[in-house]
Design a protein around this ligand. Structure first.
Ligand SMILES: *Cc1c(COP(=O)(O)O)cnc(C)c1O
Length: 235
């Protein structure tokens, strides 16, 4: 129904305008487009949106060639090491590096393909057992020893992996104080590592539909918003 398409175009554009009005100008808006068809992404693109994020490798690889070349893609889902070639050639940032195993595999891929890869380390933040991510101790260990920007890789050469900051997902809960506590925790870890003077470590990706205004108050430099832009996902 053409009438419905016009209505949805209006909705996505309007939603983006509402969010941009509230978002400080130095916070990046990442449009989480997983499960939405390319037509909806194009509506957001035509309303000026350029950063999109996907969480499934096949879906990302299928959408990339259908969207304009100036789109920046981020990956935000759990990434298996056998799927790197579906993701790494296309994305400007992998936000969801959640294990040493994955970090090492990305480093190997980057070295073999002679290109740099920008990543965020995912901190296990929420109460959900199933959520992926590093512990604080593990992230501090990486900060102290490994592949930070300008740091040395295993053979003494600069690592092709650039760790650009932290990503976290708060618990899915109505308990506002719980969410505040979780964002405060990742904010303080971020500031601590930032204070070590690691060049390029400048992104804190927290906040999604529902909790992004709280995340902005806790120092988010990047918010990842799906539902508030595109409406509910169809599973
Ligand atoms: C799906 C997803 C989002 C966006 O969720 P919404 O509630 O739709 O805004 C943000 N971050 C990650 C890691 C996601 O998987």
């Amino acid at each position: 129904m053409p009438g419905f398409v016009r209505a949805s175009l209006f909705m996505i554009e309007k939603n983006l305008q509402l969010i941009r009005k509230e978002l400080p100008p130095d916070v990046s808006l990442v449009a989480v487009s997983k499960f939405h068809p390319v037509e909806r992404l194009m509506e957001a693109y035509e309303a000026g949106q350029r950063i999109f994020a996907e969480s499934r490798p096949q879906e990302l690889a299928a959408k990339v060639p259908q969207m304009p070349a100036d789109v920046q893609w981020h990956f935000i889902g759990h990434l298996q090491t056998n799927k790197l070639k579906l993701v790494l050639p296309y994305v400007s940032l992998v936000q969801s590096v959640d294990s040493f195993h994955l970090l090492e595999a990305i480093e190997k891929w980057a070295a073999a393909n002679d290109r740099g890869v920008d990543v965020l380390l995912e901190l296990h933040l929420g109460v959900e057992e199933s959520k992926q991510g590093f512990s604080e101790e593990e992230i501090l260990e990486i900060a102290a020893s490994r592949v930070f920007p300008g740091g040395k890789g295993e053979k003494g050469a600069a690592s092709p992996v650039r760790i650009r900051g932290l990503m976290g997902m708060a618990s899915h809960t109505e308990d506002r104080e719980q969410v505040e506590r979780e964002f405060a925790r990742i904010e303080s870890l971020f500031r601590r590592i930032h204070g070590m003077g690691l060049p390029g470590f400048d992104h804190l990706s927290i906040g999604m539909s529902g909790d992004w205004p709280v995340a902005v108050r806790h120092g988010a430099t990047m918010v990842r918003i799906g539902t508030d832009i595109f409406g509910p996902r169809e599973y």
